[in-house]
Design a binder for this molecule. Structure first.
Ligand code: N01
Length: 510
């Protein structure tokens, strides 16, 4: 007998509890918007930092900046923190925030549809105790841009008899010690995995399609004295964070205006390669053929030395197919392996949550994106989708700085939107189509000059039409300024039909 569905009425429903969902829940709660629920598919908070547990997983943005401004952490052990420490940080922030009582774990959003009559989002979820439908005034998506692993479409991959897993779904029960392992991909995840695997495996075949630029990682452990100073000297940590922020912001013109400005970075990356790889043939294979910055610039001290090791072979021939026991390349060579790691990235321009959200007009967000490209107003709101707020939405990604800064800017905008709705007794806010297309026309015009467009590479930043719908093409302080106030004039609104009452947290059963 199936369990009857439960219905709950809430003010705000947040999807996901990574950096974005967590920040939204904490800040809404601070504003007195306590009638909220956070739906999390995993069994813990942390999002990408909960899921990506592959060996070597670390942040390539300095931790002082890659953390919440409202929850500074003087105890980071290193300048570029490792995944377990970032995950522990998020767990602690969640615990201390007092909002965890409204988190529903191990539960997926199956569908979310705008209901014109009640002017609410009807959100169907599926969890261990059955299904629940929430009727929410606002829907906040913090589902993340890098949450759905992308498997390569390679003939025969499903026939492989050994262990196979994606970098974001590492199977720690598999002991790879002494094994013959293949890694497909040489992106940000792979270059962190390879040095760790090289130390333990018998043989490692690394399948590279495009050589990335890899800069040295200026990583170091903070001393006890430094940590004490960051904790106790008033303003020091903020100053440190601010200095890192502005240091990073100086990279923006190289990405968005003139790639030649990045010549010193290019020289440093090629120098890093020359220093570690003496074999000219291998070095040639590892030399990028596009402009630096066109794909994400990677940082690692261990990657090139690992690739140059005796037990590693860099394979640049195209993969033809995968058999039950190995990988066959276009030249006809088959390399037998015991395990396969696919570090082939994520669904970024075809985000899965877009298929689950149906707007006012009856079409899904994915259907709208299929027509217009993945585009929104200020990366946060979308015409046809009233009261939907996307965090890490279209064109909000960065190639140079911390996504946490972007997320906090969006959360500030959403808070102001909700405050405005309360003040003006508005039932719905929806960005105007004309304003949205004007915003995106300007953004795509800027995009033409960026290295992501002119740099001569293919990357996950671009959609199937070659449009960059993932990155923000300006300074991050411009993004923050643009989102500092909720600009009601850019929206179509409807008023409340009934008086506003204090939000109810009561659950009603069907
Ligand atoms: O994924 P990617 P990722 N056959 O898409 C290759 C963030 N991140 O997981 O370059 C063969 O960058 C593909 O080749 P090519 C960060 O934003 C952050 O590494 O397309 N190869 C590429 O080499 C990053 O950008 C941190 O030619 C195939 C690789 O797989 C994002 O996550 C750490 C293939 C995919 O690289 C994604 O990084 C890690 C195929 N069929 C990740 N398909 C931080 O430190 C794909 N490839 C914050």
């Amino acid at each position: 007998m199936s369990t009857p569905a439960t219905h709950r009425v809430v003010d705000h429903l947040v999807i996901g509890s990574g950096f974005a969902g967590l920040a939204a829940a904490i800040k809404l709660d601070e504003d007195g918007e306590r009638d909220l629920v956070v739906i999390e598919k995993g069994s813990d908070v942390g999002g990408t930092w909960r899921d990506n547990t592959y060996p070597g997983a670390a942040c390539d943005v300095p931790s002082q900046l890659y953390s919440f401004s409202f929850a500074p952490n003087p105890d980071w052990s290193m300048s570029f923190s490792r995944q377990p420490e970032i995950h522990a940080y998020l767990q602690r922030v969640a615990r201390e925030s007092g909002v965890l009582d409204r988190f529903v774990f191990d539960t997926r959003v199956v569908a979310a549809a705008w209901d014109e009559e009640s002017q609410r989002w009807l959100v169907e979820t599926e969890g261990p105790t059955g299904s629940t439908t929430y009727a929410a005034r606002t829907l906040l998506s913090g589902a993340g841009g890098l949450s759905e692993p992308k498997l390569p479409e390679i003939e025969g991959i499903e026939t492989f008899q050994g262990e196979v897993f994606h970098s974001a779904q590492w199977d720690h029960s598999v002991d790879l010690t002494g094994k013959r392992v293949a890694v497909i991909g040489t992106g940000a995840s792979a270059i962190q995995i390879v040095p760790e695997l090289q130390k333990i495996v018998g043989r490692l075949d690394l399948y590279q399609r495009t050589a990335p630029y890899v800069l040295p990682r200026h990583d170091r452990t903070y001393s006890a004295l430094e940590k004490a100073a960051l904790r106790h000297v008033p303003g020091l940590q903020k100053l440190y964070r601010t200095a890192i922020y502005w240091g990073r912001e100086t990279y923006v013109p190289a990405f968005t205006l003139q790639p030649r400005i990045a010549a010193p970075a290019k020289a440093a990356a090629l120098g890093n390669l020359r220093k570690a790889v003496k074999d000219p043939v291998l070095r040639e294979k590892l030399t990028p053929t596009f402009e630096i910055g066109c794909k994400r610039i990677l940082i690692s001290n261990g990657y090139y030395p690992a690739v140059a090791s005796d037990n590693v072979e860099l394979v640049t021939d195209r993969i033809e197919k995968i058999t039950g026991s190995g990988i066959v390349t276009a030249d006809g060579t088959e390399r037998e392996i015991d395990a396969l790691v696919v570090a082939t990235g994520f669904h970024t321009t075809d985000i899965p949550i877009a298929h689950q959200i149906t707007g006012r007009t009856g079409r899904t967000l994915a259907e709208r994106f299929a027509e217009h490209g993945m585009a929104g107003y200020k990366g946060t709101t979308i015409p046809e989708f009233p009261n939907l707020f996307m965090m890490v939405g279209p064109n909000t990604g960065l190639g140079h700085s911390s996504m946490v800064f972007i997320i906090e800017s969006q959360v500030a905008y959403i808070r102001d939107a909700i405050r405005t709705m309360r003040t003006h007794r508005l039932a719905t806010v929806e960005p105007r189509e004309d304003v949205t297309s004007q915003f995106n026309a300007g953004l795509q015009e800027r995009m033409k000059r960026t290295v992501w467009t002119t740099g001569g590479c293919a990357s996950w930043y671009l959609d199937s039409e070659g449009r960059n719908t993932t990155l923000w093409p300006r300074a991050t302080f411009t993004f923050r300024r643009l989102l500092s106030r909720f600009d009601l004039a850019a929206y179509t609104v409807t008023g409340e039909t009934s008086p506003v009452t204090t939000p109810s947290r009561e659950a009603v059963s069907a």
